[in-house]
Design a protein around this ligand. Structure first.
Ligand SMILES: [Zn+2]
Length: 152
C-alpha cells in the first residue's frame, strides 16, 4: 500500500487509511511531488518534519492510493447503509404482515359475532311471525266454524 515499509516500533504508526490529515508526530500533512525517476511528478502526502528527519518513519502516502482508499471506504459505507436499509425494510414488512394477520383475525371474529347475532334476531322474528300466523289461523278457523254452524 504505502511505500513506507520501514516501520519501526520506536515510532508509533497512526491509522492513515484514506486521505491522512495528520502525521503521528502531530504535524499537519503537506503534499509533495516525487522527483525520483520511478515516480516522477507523482504526488504524495507527508509531514514537513519528515523532510529534515529522513531516518524517522513519518507518514508517507501516495495521493492516488489515498484517494482509492477513500473510494473503497465510501463504497464499504454505502454497502453497510444499503444492508441496514434492507434489514429495516424486512423488519417493517414483517411487522406489517403480522399486523394484517391480526386485523384480519379481529375482523373475522367481529363478523362471526355479527352474523350470529343476526341469525338469532331473524330466528326470533320468524318465531314471532309464526306465532301471529298460528293465532290468526286459529281465529279464522273459529270464525269459519261459527259461520258453518250458523248456516247449517
Ligand atoms: Zn511527522
Amino acid at each position: 500500500m504505502t511505500s513506507s515499509s520501514t516501520s519501526s516500533a520506536r515510532f508509533p504508526r497512526i491509522s492513515n487509511h484514506g486521505v491522512p490529515t495528520r502525521c503521528w508526530c502531530g504535524k499537519g500533512i503537506t503534499t509533495f511531488g516525487s522527483s525520483t525517476a520511478e515516480n516522477r511528478y507523482r504526488q504524495f502526502y507527508r509531514c514537513q518534519i519528515a523532510r529534515d528527519r529522513q531516518t524517522e518513519n513519518h507518514l508517507f502516502k501516495w495521493i492516488d492510493e489515498a484517494l482509492i482508499d477513500e473510494i473503497r471506504m465510501a463504497d464499504a459505507k454505502h454497502e453497510r447503509v444499503a444492508q441496514k436499509i434492507t434489514k429495516f425494510e424486512e423488519r417493517v414488512m414483517e411487522k406489517v404482515k403480522s399486523e394484517i394477520v391480526r386485523v384480519e383475525a379481529e375482523i373475522s371474529e367481529k363478523l362471526k359475532e355479527k352474523v350470529n347475532l343476526e341469525i338469532a334476531r331473524v330466528s326470533q322474528e320468524m318465531k314471532q311471525k309464526l306465532k301471529i300466523a298460528t293465532v290468526a289461523m286459529v281465529v279464522v278457523g273459529a270464525i269459519v266454524g261459527i259461520w258453518i254452524s250458523l248456516t247449517v
